[in-house]
Design a protein around this ligand. Structure first.
Ligand code: GLN
Length: 304
């Protein structure tokens, strides 16, 4: 049997001794306040083992990791028709790229770049009764934990400075790929991104994607084929223009956020979440990526 505990302790000690930690995101001013020295990992295995090291119990801003949960809910609500409005191709561009929208006639390349996630937010608003409350309850349900909330200060901070997201939403609206008001869609999107969770909560929330659609409460949310699709999208599009690098180094479906979190999983085996707020030049957690590379190398557990 693999000694996960000592592997994680080794990775933790390596990580906290690094001097090059990347840079905390500052374009959302509230996120600039986070201490770069935070570092946590939480591993949850399908055989019932759970291991946490470092700051695995400190809530942080999940940001783009929320896009996976939003896509999951949209697919639960309207199934395959989601993909009439967003494509499923990797973009090879940064998460906030606008040009892709224009060449593709208002159909974003995938649901994890910002323009794609804004279309998914529009779908959720059209299909949920009380969008913000219902979405938060969905996330809470997935991990059977009521102690998960929006951070309104982070949502407001992003709204005040989110000029590119306003541009993307307006562009989508001009192509008629947004049914609700730009303001309303972005208010939902900024709140969705502002959700705070700990590494352990995130590993619990993503359990359903490693467990054939059944969440830790044993409730079925998605079919096998829908789960396969979301995992394929995480593998090919979860890290924007660094998706190839993540597959190359780590070899797992995963999703990053500019809050410094990364969730990755091996279906039927485990879910692992890292948090290290310092980002590399592509906007992905520098030490989180290193930690996950070490994890799959040392355990020899990846999809390849
Ligand atoms: N809310 C952030 C944005 O729209 C999410 C980006 C990210 O985490 N990569 O810019």
């Amino acid at each position: 049997m693999r000694d996960f505990k000592s592997i994680l302790n080794f990775i933790y000690n390596e990580a906290i001794s690094q001097t090059e930690k990347g840079k905390v995101a500052t374009y959302i001013p509230e996120l600039a306040k986070i201490d770069i020295d935070n570092f946590g990992i939480y591993l949850k295995t399908m055989t019932g083992e759970n291991y946490g090291v470092g700051d695995f119990n400190t809530p942080f801003s999940i940001q783009s990791i929320s896009k996976v949960l939003a896509l999951g809910k949209a697919m639960e609500l309207i199934g395959e028709s989601v993909f009439k409005r967003v494509d499923v191709e990797p973009s090879g561009h940064p998460f906030n790229q606008l040009a892709l929208l224009e060449v593709e006639n208002g159909i974003p390349r995938n649901p994890f770049i910002n323009s794609g996630a804004i279309v998914i937010a529009d779908i959720l608003i059209s299909n949920l009764k009380n969008p913000k409350t219902d979405f938060l309850n969905y996330v809470r349900d997935l991990c059977a934990d009521k102690n998960i909330n929006y951070n309104n200060a982070v949502a407001k901070s992003e709204k005040d400075t989110g000029f590119k997201n306003f541009a993307a939403a307006n562009l989508l609206k001009s192509f008629k790929n947004l049914n609700n008001d730009v303001e309303e869609v972005l208010d939902f999107y900024f709140h969705q991104c502002s959700i705070e969770m700990t590494c352990s909560q995130l590993s619990n929330v993503f359990y359903f994607l490693a467990n054939d659609g059944y969440c830790i409460n044993k409730k079925l949310h998605l079919s096998n084929s829908q789960v396969k699709r979301i995992n394929a999208l995480m593998l090919t599009c979860g890290f924007y223009d660094e998706a190839g690098e993540f597959a190359f180094e780590v070899g797992l479906p995963g999703k990053s956020g500019v809050g410094g979190g990364i969730v990755a999983l091996l279906p039927d085996h485990f879910i692992i979440t890292t948090w290290a707020p310092g980002l590399n030049k592509k906007g992905n957690s520098l030490l989180g990526m290193k930690a996950l590379e070490q994890f799959t190398t040392k355990t020899n557990l990846s999809i390849f």
